[in-house]
Write a protein that binds this ligand. Structure first.
Ligand code: DER
Length: 237
């Protein structure tokens, strides 16, 4: 089983939670992509009906549009029945790091508005504590004086050996900063040591005036579906 097979298995399991008539938050990333494909497939087969999708990024919007999934937004549907999305890290309390795909703000808006938030991961995403994978913990910042914001973020987490890096766009424009769907930049935080009190860290980050949102999704997931070589586990919070 490849990692993508595991992502697909987790995604298909999550789509079993979708009922006809639901307003469904459509996640972003290579795992959530399989869930969007599966929802479209079940709609085509008549297994599912009257689904309204709320995309969490322009990328997912385009994917869902091409698949013919009826789409809307939070202005029209302020309560979402179920959201399905991937994650970059999942700790034992089902706290998440998300946003390595750059869509953390819209993901957090949609997933914060839903009754059930089902996270789909392959087992490689499980960590003992957030920031443990030495991979990026993204923070969306306004473009204005982003260096100032990056330095404030680094100083905030000096105790955890934090370094920061402006995320660059992947599509070859050398050294161009990545710009989010919302016209902002992303500063990625890298930790050498455990962050510790996550809600204190979250509050401290959000108090910085140049910060829009961060990639820690604390106490938001209701269920995490983990696909591993030994099978699929459904973990409820
Ligand atoms: O960017 C995001 O938040 C994605 O959901 C990310 O957390 C998971 O992406 P992946 O499924 O491609 O690993």
């Amino acid at each position: 089983l490849t990692q993508d097979d595991l992502k697909k298995i987790a995604a298909y399991k999550a789509v079993e939670f979708v009922r006809s008539g639901m307003v469904v938050g459509l996640g972003t990333g290579s795992t959530a992509r399989h869930a969007v494909d599966r929802i479209a497939e079940l709609l085509d087969q008549g297994e599912l009906r009257d689904i309204i999708g709320i995309p969490t990024s322009s990328t997912t919007h385009e994917q869902a549009l091409a698949l013919g999934i009826p789409l809307s937004d939070l202005d029209s549907h302020p309560v979402v029945d179920l959201a399905i999305d991937g994650a970059d890290e999942v700790d034992p309390f089902l706290n998440l790091v998300k946003g390595r795909g750059g869509s953390l703000l819209r993901e957090k808006m949609v997933e914060g508005a839903c009754k059930e938030f089902v996270v789909i991961v392959d087992e490689s995403k499980l960590v003992d504590y957030l920031g443990g994978s030495l991979l990026a913990m993204p923070v969306e910042v306004i473009k204005f004086c982003w260096k100032f914001s990056a330095e404030r973020l680094r100083a905030l987490f000096e105790y955890a050996g934090c370094t920061t890096r402006l995320r660059l766009s992947g599509d070859g424009k050398e050294g161009e900063p990545y710009v989010t769907d919302n016209g902002n930049y992303v500063v990625d935080l890298y930790f050498k040591r455990e962050i510790g009190d996550l809600s204190a860290a979250s509050d401290a980050i959000l108090r910085l005036a140049g910060v829009v949102e961060h990639g820690m999704f604390l106490k938001m997931a209701s269920t995490v579906i983990v696909a591993g070589k030994h099978g699929v586990r459904v973990i409820n919070r």
